[in-house]
Design a protein around this ligand. Structure first.
Ligand SMILES: [Zn+2]
Length: 96
């Protein structure tokens, strides 16, 4: 997903409760919960830096993979084939 579009969508969603104030097309509490859920899901599309990233090389010094911990849920993650956390779907940034 396009990072810029995701950021724009997050900003747009944040305005929903404000619009709802006048028109009341939804219960304000339900609206707030909904907006929180949408923002949480969208933010997982934005790559976050992996915590405690460790580099694994083979005997020739070639990169095998990176391992570390998901910045959102704390679960163990590895770069081998996965760009997102298999546990919480957080997109991962493996750069230094
Ligand atoms: Zn996770």
């Amino acid at each position: 997903m396009d990072e810029k579009k995701v950021r724009e969508a997050i900003e747009a969603v944040k305005c929903f409760p404000e619009w709802n104030k006048d028109d009341r097309w939804m219960d304000p509490q339900i609206m707030e919960d909904l907006v929180d859920t949408i923002i949480e899901a969208l933010e997982k599309q934005l790559p976050k830096k992996v915590e405690m990233r460790t580099v694994y090389n083979d005997f020739d010094g070639c990169l095998i993979c990176y391992k570390g911990f998901c910045p959102s849920c704390g679960g163990a993650v590895e770069s081998y084939g996965n760009k997102s956390c298999h546990n919480c779907t957080q997109m991962l940034d493996w750069s230094e």
